[in-house]
Design a protein around this ligand. Structure first.
Ligand SMILES: Cc1cc2nc3c(=O)[nH]c(=O)nc-3n(C[C@H](O)[C@H](O)[C@H](O)COP(=O)(O)OP(=O)(O)OC[C@H]3O[C@@H](n4cnc5c(N)ncnc54)[C@H](O)[C@@H]3O)c2cc1C
Length: 444
């Protein structure tokens, strides 16, 4: 075989795809801007371990992970609460991000991937509209295929020629701005729930969590616009009213970061190019988890590459990656993105109403990285549906909003069902234009 593949960025999906393709005989090099020991963040991540198996990556040693605890959700008024009940066989694991990277990198090295750390990719190297490698500063590095795992602001995706049809911009209200830090615990206060999540915290478009561990309180603050240290201090002051054990010493983390939370990228491939992970907006739109999806996508991508017997790696021969991803995950997340967009238009009183009247229950808030579509989240019997509908009918404005959301979800589902199964430049272009137009309308 001997065809050369470059993977740009040591993202989870990029690492897993690199390993699988090297194992299958390709000459794979991974370029990562950071040093090997500087990858990731100083905190833990939660993901579905089955995704490792789906990606052909061995399970990590038991000493490296624990299981995620159920989350308890509070509406803005904090008048009631709902606790998740994740079934035992669907529990996600919690693992240090650095250990996840170390595990994936060790596996990739065993599979024969060559690594170049501290090598920042700066732009795609183009031959006409075909990606034939990357620039790393002045250096030109050629390859038969480039896999873009550089994250949401990828310098590759955002510099592709327009003719490729790959979206460059992420779009309004589609970035979650995040601050996360582990604060040393103070005093002997024990919270009633170890993992508290505050929705529309203090009536703002904000989600905050406090996950209490034996030695520290893990605090996460999410907003849809950038914020700074002063705002963090104000949120912490508020959280300490009900969680006085959150100390003032940052034991770990203490960083700002960004997560894409939107519908998947409308066009995952171009000639000589495929996007994976956050570069392709593969996170679960409602919660921002992206590790399991990037891992699962790596398997679809590597199968597609192997199936391309001529090693043409054109948009046409890589199209199966897009159809496979949308079938397994993308269509479900596109529909879920409509719900996320709608949640951003909810008033605090409406969210309180949904919690207090039992319209939202523990069933719906038991959303995990295994929740790949809304059907698996809203498992309602006819009786339950009728009961909830009756309750919503008491608030006409909310009812109108919910009916509009339902119609948007149905449209997104229908649109994804119309994704061309077979490659045709004209049909694909048309579909991409409709998908992009649909979601830009929804964001207004
Ligand atoms: C605070 C926070 C908490 C999160 N928690 C979870 C969680 O619990 N569970 C979960 O599933 N997901 C979580 N996520 C999301 C998750 O991090 C991503 O979805 C996942 O990492 C997949 O992203 P990625 O690997 O594609 O991209 P990234 O994680 O962004 O990785 C991209 C890699 O590319 C490198 N890179 C970037 N630009 C260049 C360049 N020009 N040249 C070379 N290399 C480059 C970067 O250094 C980085 O190593 C969280 C994200 C944040 C910010």
């Amino acid at each position: 075989m001997g065809k050369t593949i470059l993977v740009a960025g040591a993202g989870h999906g990029g690492l897993a795809a690199a390993a699988d393709l090297a194992r299958k005989g390709f000459d794979v090099t991974l370029l990562e801007q950071k040093a090997e020991d500087a990858l990731g963040y100083d905190w833990t991540d939660i993901f579905a371990p089955g995704a490792l198996i789906a990606a052909g990556v061995p399970y990590p040693s038991k000493s490296l992970y624990t299981y995620k605890e159920n989350m308890t959700f509070f509406p803005p008024a904090q008048s009631v609460m709902l606790t998740q009940r994740v079934p035992q066989d669907e529990l996600e694991i919690k693992m240090e991000r650095r250990d996840i990277y170390a595990h994936l990198i060790a596996h990739a090295k065993r599979c024969g991937v060559k690594f170049r750390f501290e090598t920042a990719v700066t732009a795609p190297l183009l031959l006409g509209s075909r990606v034939c490698g990357v620039y790393a500063g002045e250096e030109k590095i050629y390859a038969d295929l480039v896999i873009d795992a550089c994250g949401m602001d990828s310098p590759l995706r955002t510099a592709l020629p327009d003719v490729c049809g790959v979206e460059k911009e992420i779009g309004e209200n589609n970035v979650a701005y995040v601050y996360r830090a582990f604060y040393a615990r103070t005093g002997d206060f024990e919270p009633a729930h170890n993992y508290e999540v505050y929705i529309l915290h203090q009536g703002r478009k904000e989600v905050a969590w406090v996950a209490t561990e034996p030695d520290y309180a893990d605090v996460l603050i999410v907003r849809f616009e950038p914020f700074g240290a002063d705002e963090v201090a104000a949120v912490l002051d508020d959280l300490r009213k009900t969680n006085p054990h959150i100390g003032t010493t940052v034991a770990r983390g203490g960083q700002f970061a960004k997560i894409p939370v939107r519908q998947p990228l409308s066009m995952l491939v171009a000639d000589g190019y495929a996007a994976i992970g956050d570069s392709a907006f593969m996170t679960v739109p409602l919660i921002g988890s992206g590790i399991a999806n990037a891992l699962k996508a790596s398997h679809i991508l590597s199968e597609t590459v192997v199936a391309d017997k001529d090693c043409a790696f054109t948009a046409e021969s890589l199209w199966k990656y897009q159809t496979g991803y949308y079938k397994l995950l993308g269509a479900g997340y596109a529909a879920m993105a409509c719900l996320k967009n709608a949640c951003l238009t909810m008033e605090p009183a409406e969210v309180d109403f949904l919690f207090e009247r039992g319209i939202l229950t523990e069933k719906e808030i038991t959303i995990t990285a295994n929740t790949t579509n809304l059907q698996s989240m809203l498992k309602l019997s006819v009786k339950e549906f009728v009961e909830r509908a009756k309750k919503v009918c008491t608030d006409k404005i909310l009812l109108t909003k919910i009916l509009r959301i339902a119609s948007q979800i149905a449209s997104a589902t229908a649109l994804c069902a119309m994704l061309p199964k077979a490659w045709s430049p004209q049909n694909v272009r048309k579909w991409v234009a409709s998908y992009n137009a649909f979601f830009s309308r929804k964001q207004k």
